[in-house]
Write a protein that binds this ligand. Structure first.
Ligand SMILES: *Cc1c(COP(=O)(O)O)cnc(C)c1O
Length: 410
């Protein structure tokens, strides 16, 4: 395959054409011009793998679909515009996007990482990249941003954070961490999956790289797996795009198209996710059989001041601990009817799960272990009354277990 290196690519996927437009307008129009050949308002899904050349090496910007594809490019422009970045780069999954950031490093390089990072990220770093790429990692609690600098070494090249975190919903100060990283000439990467660019824009706060699992809110309908990176720096974008093509973890055109369609309603969905989650957080907080509610939008959240500075609203994710321990938590997860018992998050439908035995089983016994009875909700966009009624019923019907558990402990 010739011409597959991305250096000097004729059409750079810049999104600056959309500067000045509001989020909802960019979500619907960035990269989404009508098809120039047919006038179709929705750009077609280009399922081709290759492109005709007029003469040897003479082609109209596209030569092979791993390297570039019009449907993928439309999504990449849309992603860049949403994050106020210059370059969007799409991948086959959130993990593929994350791995690509780490592929810019060299053996012996050191990474400082938030300690309650997504379980799959922890697994990739400790089980694959430490062994395979000779990278070293230090996992630290980042709530105290000022002390993070102590963990940097001469080889630290990257600070990797997630905010809000999964499933503890901790929030860290992106602007402050960008300063810490840049003072040591390291880059700051922020996994923005939970907040989405509608609620929080890390590049605007000084981050160098934004990572996404598009599987979650960007796709929004639990029907596609995908990942993305967004950056401003041209040289970094070239490096990431080179890796995108060289390693080849690219999404197919149909998947790109599904995410593009999902993104067009992101702002509307997020407003409802946030509204519903806040109402549920308040409902849970008021119950005497709920011990703790973790939700960034609550005033009781320990990082509420940072939330107000860097997020538009608290998001759609919420975790809580009810009385009665893990036994009741398991019963609770099985007792809801509108909330579906399932892993993943960010879809229009509400999900409930027990991280300790489901999404976060891989971090059991590690420094990332989560409380055994913690329940995580991905609050969907159904009518909030039905969601609250569902939780109320589940809590009431499992209440008898509380006395039993306490009796057993005594
Ligand atoms: C799901 C998720 C990922 C991984 O994304 P995939 O698309 O499943 O590969 C990374 N980070 C966060 C915060 C996630 O929720």
């Amino acid at each position: 395959m010739s011409g597959s290196e991305n250096e000097g690519h004729p059409q750079r996927r810049r999104a600056d054409h959309y500067d000045g437009q509001a989020f909802g307008t960019r979500a619907i129009h960035a990269g989404q011009e009508p098809d120039p050949t047919t006038g179709a308002v929705i750009a077609p899904v280009y399922l081709n793998s290759t492109y005709v050349q007029q003469g040897v090496g003479d082609y109209a910007g596209y030569d092979y679909s791993r390297t570039d594809n019009p449907t993928r490019r439309a999504l990449e422009i849309q992603l860049a515009a949403l994050e106020q970045g210059d370059h969007g780069i799409a991948f086959a999954s959130g993990m593929a996007a994350t791995a690509t950031v780490l592929q810019t490093l060299n053996p012996g390089d050191h990474v400082v990482c938030i300690n309650d990072v997504y379980g799959g990220t922890y697994r990739l770093f400790t089980k694959v990249l430490e062994r395979f790429a000779g990278l070293t990692f230090t996992f630290v609690p980042l709530r105290d941003a000022a002390s993070v600098a102590e963990h940097f070494t001469d080889r630290t090249r990257l600070l990797w954070v997630e905010t809000p975190t999964n499933p503890m919903l901790n929030v860290v100060d992106i602007a402050q961490l960008a300063e810490v990283a840049h003072a040591r000439r390291a880059k700051l990467a922020v996994d923005n999956t939970f907040a989405t660019p509608y609620l929080q824009q890390p590049l605007e706060l000084g981050a160098d790289i934004v990572a996404h699992s598009m599987t979650k809110y960007l796709g929004g309908h639990s029907d596609v797996v995908g990942g993305a990176l967004v950056v401003r720096d041209d040289a970094l974008a070239d490096e990431l795009r080179f890796l995108q093509n060289a390693v080849g973890a690219v999404p197919g055109p149909m998947d790109c198209w599904l995410v593009t369609r999902g993104i067009k309603t992101l702002h509307v969905r997020m407003d409802r996710h946030c509204e519903n989650a806040l109402a549920i957080a308040k409902f849970l907080e008021a119950r005497d059989d709920v011990e703790q509610v973790l939700y960034p939008g609550l005033e009781s959240h320990p990082d509420h001041a940072i939330v107000q500075r860097q997020m538009r609203a608290g998001g759609g994710m919420l975790s809580f601990r009810a009385t009665g321990g893990q036994q009741r938590a398991k019963e609770l997860c099985a007792a809801t009817k509108v909330f579906t018992l399932a892993e993943s998050l960010g879809g229009v439908e509400s999900l409930i799960e027990l991280p300790g035995l489901m999404t976060h089983q891989s971090v059991a016994g590690s420094e990332l272990e989560v409380p055994a009875e913690l329940i995580r909700l991905s609050v969907g966009i159904e009518h909030v009354d039905d969601l609250i009624r569902d939780l109320e019923h589940a809590l009431d019907s499992t209440r008898t277990l509380v006395g039993a558990a306490q009796g057993a402990e005594a």
